[in-house]
Design a protein around this ligand. Structure first.
Ligand SMILES: CC(C)(COP(=O)(O)OP(=O)(O)OC[C@H]1O[C@@H](n2cnc3c(N)ncnc32)[C@H](O)[C@@H]1OP(=O)(O)O)[C@@H](O)C(=O)NCCC(=O)NCCS
Length: 160
């Protein structure tokens, strides 16, 4: 079993460097995320992730995550999802929202495993061909999928 730690970091420059390596050609998520985490094993960075609070929507937005290939398949992505969900709940979130490329099966598998479900609205808005937008109710009840008003607030953030 691989031993690793996941710790919040203020070092946005380091996260930006890992982001460039993990998502070549993708725009930087921005310095305005509310939290960034680094995962380490034996002192070596093996992954990172980020998230934002969306207080008006009582939501947490999981913005990015990556695991370096040599450290893959150890459940780290799922641990990083769980870490950010706990952080979101502690900040008052009742819904989690995220997105992933349509053909990113590893990411999709992990998000579904962690309880995320697809948002049909992502199809309705038409801009999301090639992506899955997913949500997870954190309130522990059987609430329906978030309403149109929720997505009107949240999708512009995801699409930037
Ligand atoms: C997405 C990512 C974070 C997942 O890392 P990981 O947790 O190590 O992923 P794994 O390789 O262990 O795969 C996770 C699950 O997906 C499954 N999976 C992987 N590739 C798959 C494929 N092509 N088809 C179907 N299932 C697949 C694995 O079997 C595993 O499920 P299991 O544990 O139930 O067997 C990692 O691949 C990554 O950093 N990719 C580049 C950056 C990225 O795409 N980030 C996510 C979007 S923000």
């Amino acid at each position: 079993m691989r031993v690793y730690s996941i710790e919040e970091t203020e070092d946005v420059d380091e996260i930006r460097e890992w982001h460039t390596l993990a998502f070549p050609g993708s725009p930087w998520i921005g310095d305005d995320q509310d939290a960034y985490w680094l995962a380490r094993s034996g002192g070596r960075v093996i992954g990172f992730c980020s998230a934002m609070h969306l207080p008006k929507s009582r939501a947490v937005f999981l913005s990015r995550a990556a695991v370096i290939r040599s450290a893959g398949s150890g459940g780290l992505h799922r641990r990083m999802i769980a870490e950010r969900l706990t952080w979101g709940v502690n900040g008052g979130a009742r819904i989690a929202v995220t997105y992933t490329s349509a053909y990113n099966y590893a990411s999709l598998t992990n998000l579904l495993y962690c309880g995320f479900r697809g948002a049909t609205r992502s199809r309705e808005v038409g801009l999301w061909d090639g992506f899955h937008v997913l949500y997870l109710n954190l309130a522990g009840n059987k609430r329906k999928a978030p309403s149109g008003a929720f997505w009107d607030r949240v999708l512009p953030l995801i699409q930037r």
